[in-house]
Design a protein around this ligand. Structure first.
Ligand code: DX5
Ligand code: ZN
Length: 215
C-alpha cells in the first residue's frame, strides 16, 4: 500500500516557519498537517485562519487542517478561504447531522473531509458519518500537544475501522519509525507525525523510513 506522510507543523520552530516548511517539503513530505487548537476542546492554543493563509502562499503541499476546536462550524468557511485542502472535525465537537450538512454544502469546493476521534472515543461514534467523509483521522494521543507517547490501544480500533471503511485512514500522535509498521499493518495509509520528523537529524531519511514501511 502506498503510504503518505503528513508533517505536523506544531512540532516545528514557529520562529522560522517558512524554513521549516521548505525543509520538510524538500525532504519528500506529502501533506502539511496543521493543528488548530482553541484552549477549550483541548488545553492548548495554536493558530487561526490568518496563519493558514500565509502558509498556503509559501507551499504547494496539500494543507490538512485538523480542527481541535469547539463548535467547528463557526470557522470552517474561514479555514477554507484560507486555503485548506483537507479539513478534519472531531466527532466530540459536532453532531452527525452537522457533519452531513457541512460536507454536502462544501463538497463542491473540492475539500477532502475527515472525521477524527480521540483515543477514548469508541469507533461506534463515527460509524454514521463514514459514508460522508473521505478519511478518518484516528488520534493516537490525547489531542493538545506534540511530543506525547503513542497509545497502542488504538491499534485494534484501526483494524476494525479498516474492515468497514475504504477511505484513507490517517493516524496522528506519537508516530515514529518504531510504531509505524504496526499502524500500516492495521490498515492505516497516512501517518501524521510532528516531533519525530522535525527533530530528526536527517529529515529525508526519517520520512523515507515511514514511507518504506508500506513496501
Ligand atoms: C496532537 C496533534 C498531533 C501531534 C503530532 O494534538 O493533533 O498532530 O501534535 O505531533 P507528535 O508526532 O509529536 O505527536
Ligand atoms: Zn493533528
Amino acid at each position: 500500500m502506498k503510504i503518505k506522510v503528513a508533517a505536523s507543523i506544531i512540532a516545528s520552530d514557529f520562529s522560522c516557519l517558512e524554513r521549516e516548511i521548505k525543509k520538510v517539503e524538500q525532504a519528500g513530505i506529502d501533506i502539511l498537517h496543521i493543528d488548530i487548537m482553541d484552549g477549550h476542546f483541548v488545553p492548548n492554543i495554536t493558530i487561526g485562519p490568518d496563519v493558514v493563509r500565509c502558509i498556503s502562499k509559501i507551499t504547494s503541499l496539500p494543507l490538512d487542517v485538523h480542527l481541535m476546536i469547539k463548535k467547528p462550524e463557526r470557522f470552517i468557511d474561514d479555514f477554507i478561504k484560507a486555503g485548506s485542502n483537507m479539513l478534519t472535525v472531531h466527532i466530540e465537537t459536532i453532531s452527525v447531522l452537522g457533519i452531513r450538512r457541512q460536507v454536502s454544502r462544501l463538497k463542491p469546493k473540492g475539500i477532502r473531509w475527515g472525521v477524527s476521534l480521540n483515543p477514548a472515543t469508541p469507533l461506534e461514534r463515527i460509524k454514521p458519518v463514514l459514508k460522508y467523509v473521505d478519511f478518518v483521522l484516528v488520534m493516537s494521543v490525547n489531542p493538545g500537544f506534540s511530543g506525547q507517547e503513542f497509545i497502542p490501544a488504538v491499534i485494534p480500533k484501526i483494524k476494525k475501522l479498516r474492515s468497514i471503511f475504504e477511505g484513507d485512514i490517517s493516524v496522528d500522535g506519537g508516530i515514529n519509525d518504531k510504531v509505524a509498521p504496526r499502524l500500516i499493518q492495521a490498515g492505516a495509509n497516512i501517518l501524521a507525525s510532528g516531533s519525530y520528523i522535525f527533530s530528526a537529524k536527517d529529515t529525508r531519511l526519517a520520512i523515507e523510513k515511514l514511507k518504506n514501511m508500506g513496501r
